[in-house]
Design a protein around this ligand. Structure first.
Ligand SMILES: *[C@@H]1O[C@H](CO)[C@@H](O)[C@H](O)[C@H]1NC(C)=O
Length: 186
């Protein structure tokens, strides 16, 4: 048996332990774990007649988990050769509980665009939304949105982008805080 004073001294620890899973759930997030993009590249060495695409792998909150369980899926948007890459409509990911788009508000160029993710959580359409600018900006490595490295390698190749540091050296992920919404943003 514990004496009342021992139990009293344990209570603060118990409340901290019990609060942990709730705190984790209170801060839902999407994590882009990889990205591969291909875009037309004009100029004497580029290739303008290629299919374009942005493909990502995403870790997202598992709605069935009582703590901080996650699921993984992949998402892709694409444009046929001859079409200029640009903002996209919402597109289902491989697991359609998650949707992906490049919103109009945020598209600057193939080296500077916004990504947005929406996870449907309930039958009435509520869910989680998260968005992040992704830039390739080797001239300014301290830019906090410099998540991509885009490069046109060799003659007659397209532009390709991946998620690495500003100079393409180390692989990295993009952690995007998600916020609850009653409907998917338009
Ligand atoms: C980098 O991007 C290219 C072009 O889309 C893609 O083929 C390749 O798989 C990507 N690499 C990684 C590590 O994501």
């Amino acid at each position: 048996m514990y004496s009342p004073s021992t139990i009293a001294s344990l209570l603060p620890f118990l409340s901290v332990v019990l609060a942990q899973p709730l705190q984790t759930r209170d801060a839902p997030q999407f994590i882009i774990t990889s990205l591969g993009a291909t875009f037309p590249e004009p100029g004497p060495f580029g290739d303008e007649s290629v299919d374009s695409s942005v493909s990502i792998a995403v870790t997202y909150p598992d709605p069935a988990s009582t703590s901080s369980g996650t699921l993984d899926t992949t998402c892709r948007v694409g444009w046929p050769s001859g079409t200029n890459p640009g903002p996209t409509a919402w597109t289902p990911c491989a697991n359609p509980a998650l949707q992906f788009r490049l919103p109009t508000d945020g598209w600057t160029s193939t080296r500077n665009f916004r990504v947005e993710l929406w996870e449907t959580l309930t039958a009435d359409g509520a869910g989680l939304d998260g968005t992040q600018l992704l830039k390739s900006n080797p001239g300014n490595p301290s830019d906090p949105d410099t998540y991509m490295f885009c490069v046109q390698r060799g003659k007659f190749n397209p532009l390709t982008c991946n998620l690495t540091g500003p100079f393409g050296t180390s692989a990295r992920t993009v952690v995007i805080p998600a916020s609850e919404g009653s409907t998917r943003p338009n």
